[in-house]
Every structure is written in structure tokens, then in C-alpha cells.
Write a protein that binds this ligand. Structure first.
Ligand code: GLN
Length: 498
């Protein structure tokens, strides 16, 4: 029998419903594998007792014919979704001992449909990063290795614990959050499907905030179908989040067939970037040709403000972060510096020691661009450019149904020698940030391997609230690429999958 941990979410759901194995068995199989691959550092807080108790309750429901959508399916939770009674750190020292008294809406939705939560997944501190190198709890390792070196690679970020865990079969699926690319980029680096829904689709209530006008929860999964299954449960209209959207969710059934006949697919000229590896461009062009052969229409389009998306993002996101992170003062949450005398010193020492360098960099940038005298020149201007980016997409969707681009300009890089210039690190988000700025749904699907055997992804960006179109193109790309996941390809795994 195939190992229980190597099943997809949907396969496991069918297996449980057919009573081929129990929820306790599949949960225990994942817990055992988590222990075996502890060195990946994917989980900050495993929750085995809770998971087994949930699995036991699921087995009773399965036996009584009362199974819910995700009954008994073990998943991982990014550590920025507040879990009632369970430590929720957002990868930061300042929240290292924070135990929420309530559950986030997204995680509650998942619990209400019977999923089993194996633990809280590592992440870049406050979701700031592209490599999972900024976590207070240490770097996460990508379970993939190149075919020409045994060097440890980054799993992408900020949802790097999520991507490493799903790729190494340490959970069937995981939650992530995406502000400028944090679901799609790690999905690409680990050969997974990552879906950022439309802004407003999943509630932000109980999700530790980074940049409130951009943050969006979404799934990291082994397949496109699994992505639809997770999204369906994670999303909800939530009156507790003022930006939650009351829009109906489209039906995914037809979309998941991946029939692209007559689909108008836009290919934006601005996404051909100087210095982009030829193999990424070739993968993108080949996919467009294959989709054309299946009856899609490939249309050249222009998104003229694309080049401004990244600099604009790195004004707006830090501005919002500096405001959101003002609440961490040593009084209300988490870490409090023990030596402070007086309130000012308490703020100063707590924040100096509680935040890591990347978070401080964002707070400084954000405070600067919002300060009197600079607000108009930076923040206000960035808001205007953001509007132009939204217009670019609106104009494009008058001509096409969906847009096809690469997800990242490179594959996973070394943990030991990552880019030292923060701006080079920021370039990881160059293809993912525009959809974030416009609040559009976007999926990354693994499309092939780089010359040295590392996964590369392609991205489908859809019109707002049309997650069905995104899944439709995603399903077609998945079929065309016929990508083998890491654990179907064990020689590519670090530590040689013993
Ligand atoms: N890498 C980007 C950043 O550091 C995006 C992060 C995210 O989407 N949370 O801001």
C-alpha cells in the first residue's frame, strides 16, 4: 500500500470515506514523519495530542456517517493564524510566548469542517521575507536539493514552513498567507500549488497583520484539486473583517476539468525581465504553445505599470506594517523586556530586542514614508501608482480571460549564501506583487525543473473574484506539465529520503 503521507488531500479524503484507513492512522503517520524530518524545521509548535484527539473524534464521525468536508485530514497551520490556547508566534521573538484566547476565522473554518491540525508552521518574521531566513525560530530547509550539489536550499517565504512541510509530506496541505507573493513563491520553490485568493475572499480576522490592504490567506497543496478543496473551506464572508467580501464563490466543478478551449490567455510583454534565466522564459513560452494546441487563444498584452509594482509595494507594505506593528509595545502582547525602567524604556528595549532586523528595516521605511513632509512624495504617490496598476489589469481583462506569467525569476537558492542586498531579495516578488497590489486571485503551479533539477512555477492571474478561471488554467497547466512531486522523485530529496 502507498504510504499514507504521500496521498493528496483528495485521495486521503476518499480513502477515509471508503474506510481504507482511519483518521488516527493517517494522523499518526504524519506525526511520525514530522519527527523523522524535524531537521527541516518546518514546524515551530507541533500539536500531536490535539491532533490525535481531533482524529479520534473524526473517526467517530466517519463511522456514524457524519463526515464533514475535511473530516480527519491532517493539515498544517502557518503560525500567524491565531489558535485558541496554542502558541502563535508569527515567527517573532516578540510573540514567542503569545497564546491567543481566540481562533482565527480561517483556522476555525478548517476546524469546523473536521480537519486535523498537526501544528503551527514556521515562517518569516511577521511574514516579511522570501526565504524563511528571518524567523526567530531559525531557517526552514527546502526538502528539495539540486542534482549537482547537496547544499541546503531555502523553501521560499514567507510561508516556507508551509511549503517545506507539504513538499516533504509532513502534512496533506497547509495554510499560508500572501501579501506580495508569500504563498506563490514558496509553492514554486518547493514544487507545489499555491493559491492566493482575491483580496477579501478569506477573512483576515485573527491573522497576525503585516500589510492590511494586501494580506490574504490561501492554501499550499500538492495538486490543483486540493487547492480548490482547501479554498472552499478557508474562504467565507466574515462580518468581523470589514474588508471581507460578500461575493459568492464560483463553482469549481467545471473549472477543475481544465478545459481551455476558447480561453483567452494574455501574455504580458512587461514580464520578460532583463537577466531572467532563459530556462524560465522557455518554460513559459512552451506552456503558452501547449495551451494553444489545446484550443486556447494566446494574446499578447501590455501591463504598462508593471515596473512600478515592486517599488510601490515596498512603500505601501512597510507603511502599513509600521502602523500595524505599533501595537507590540511590551505591554499588551508577548515579550516584555525585563530590565526596563519606565514606559519609554519599556517600548524601546522591548522593540529593540523583540523584533529582528528585517522587521526593523520595514518599520523604519514605513515610518519614513508616512512622516510629515514625505507622505505626499512617497505614500500618496504610491497609492496613485497602485490605482494605475489596477487600471492596467482592468484594461487587460477587457481583452483576455486570464493572464499567464512566470511565478518567480529564479529557483530556490542557498541557505548559506542568500542574496545579501535586501533589494536583490525583494526581486523575488517581481512577478507576484502586481496581482497583490490589484487584489486579484493568482495561482502558482509547478511547471518543470531547472537545469539543476529544481522546481519552477508558472502563474495564472485572474479577474477579481474569478478563482474559477485561475483554477481552470491551473488544472490545464498541471495536466500539461505532468510534474512529479518531490516524494514521487525521492532522489531529489535532501538527506536522501532514508
Ligand atoms: N517577500 C515579500 C516581502 O517580504 C512578500 C511577503 C509576503 O507576501 N508576506 O514583503
Amino acid at each position: 500500500m502507498t504510504e499514507l503521507t504521500s496521498l493528496t488531500l483528495l485521495e486521503a479524503k476518499k480513502g477515509l470515506e471508503a474506510k481504507e484507513f482511519s483518521a488516527v492512522e493517517i494522523t499518526q503517520a504524519h506525526l511520525d514523519r514530522m519527527a523523522k524530518f524535524e531537521s527541516l524545521n518546518a514546524y515551530i509548535t507541533p500539536t500531536p495530542d490535539q491532533a490525535l484527539a481531533q482524529a479520534k473524534a473524526s473517526d467517530e464521525r466517519l463511522a456514524n456517517g457524519k463526515a464533514r468536508k475535511l473530516e480527519g485530514l491532517p493539515i498544517g497551520m502557518k503560525d500567524l493564524f491565531c489558535s485558541k490556547g496554542i502558541k502563535t508566534t508569527a515567527g517573532s521573538k516578540i510573540l514567542h510566548n503569545f497564546v491567543p484566547s481566540y481562533e482565527s476565522t480561517v483556522s476555525q473554518n478548517l476546524l469546523d469542517e473536521g480537519s486535523v491540525v498537526l501544528g503551527k508552521l514556521n515562517m518569516d518574521e511577521f511574514a516579511m521575507g522570501s526565504a524563511n531566513l528571518t524567523s526567530h525560530f531559525g531557517p526552514v530547509l527546502n526538502p528539495w536539493k539540486a542534482n549537482d550539489s547537496d547544499e541546503a536550499l531555502v523553501p521560499g517565504g514567507s510561508s516556507g514552513g508551509s511549503s517545506a512541510a507539504v513538499a516533504a509530506d509532513l502534512c496533506l496541505a497547509a495554510t499560508g498567507s500572501d501579501t506580495g507573493g508569500s504563498i506563490r513563491q514558496p509553492a514554486t520553490f518547493c514544487g507545489l500549488v499555491g493559491l492566493k485568493p482575491s483580496y477579501g475572499r478569506c477573512s483576515r480576522w485573527g491573522m497576525v497583520a503585516f500589510a492590511s490592504s494586501l494580506d490574504q490567506a490561501g492554501p499550499l497543496t500538492k495538486t490543483v484539486e486540493d487547492s480548490a478543496l482547501m479554498l472552499d473551506v478557508m474562504a467565507s464572508y466574515d462580518p468581523k473583517d470589514a474588508t471581507s467580501a460578500p461575493e459568492e464563490m464560483p463553482d469549481f466543478t467545471t473549472a477543475l476539468k481544465g478545459d481551455v478551449k476558447g480561453l483567452k490567455i494574455g501574455v504580458p510583454s512587461e514580464y520578460v525581465m532583463d537577466g531572467m534565466p532563459a530556462e524560465i522564459k522557455a518554460l513559459w513560452e512552451k506552456m503558452a504553445l501547449d495551451l494553444k494546441a489545446e484550443g486556447a487563444e494566446i494574446i499578447d498584452i501590455s501591463l504598462p505599470h508593471t515596473h512600478y509594482a515592486l517599488p510601490t509595494y515596498y512603500i505601501i507594505a512597510p507603511a502599513e506594517a509600521s502602523s500595524n506593528l505599533a501595537r507590540y509595545d511590551g505591554v499588551r502582547y508577548g515579550f516584555r523586556h525585563p530590565d526596563a525602567k519606565g514606559i519609554e524604556e519599556l517600548y524601546k528595549l522591548t522593540r529593540t530586542e523583540g523584533f529582528g532586523d528585517e522587521v526593523k528595516r520595514r518599520i523604519l521605511i514605513g515610518t519614513h514614508v508616512l512622516s510629515a513632509g514625505y507622505y505626499d512624495a512617497y505614500y500618496l504617490k504610491a497609492q496613485k501608482v497602485r490605482r494605475l496598476i489596477v487600471h492596467d489589469f482592468e484594461a487587460a481583462y477587457e481583452k483576455v480571460d486570464i493572464i499567464l506569467t512566470p511565478t518567480t525569476p529564479n529557483a530556490a537558492f542557498s541557505v548559506k549564501n542568500p542574496p545579501t542586498d535586501p533589494v536583490v531579495m525583494f526581486l523575488n516578488d517581481i512577478f507576484t506583487v502586481p496581482a497583490s497590489m490589484a487584489g486579484l486571485p493568482a495561482i502558482s503551479v509547478p511547471a518543470g525543473l531547472s537545469g539543476n533539477g529544481l522546481p519552477l512555477g508558472l502563474q495564472a492571474i485572474g479577474p477579481k473574484f474569478q478563482e474559477d478561471q485561475v483554477l481552470r488554467l491551473g488544472a490545464a497547466m498541471e495536466r500539461i506539465a505532468a510534474f512529479s512531486r518531490l516524494t514521487q522523485n525521492p532522489s531529489a530529496m535532501i538527506g536522501a529520503a532514508s
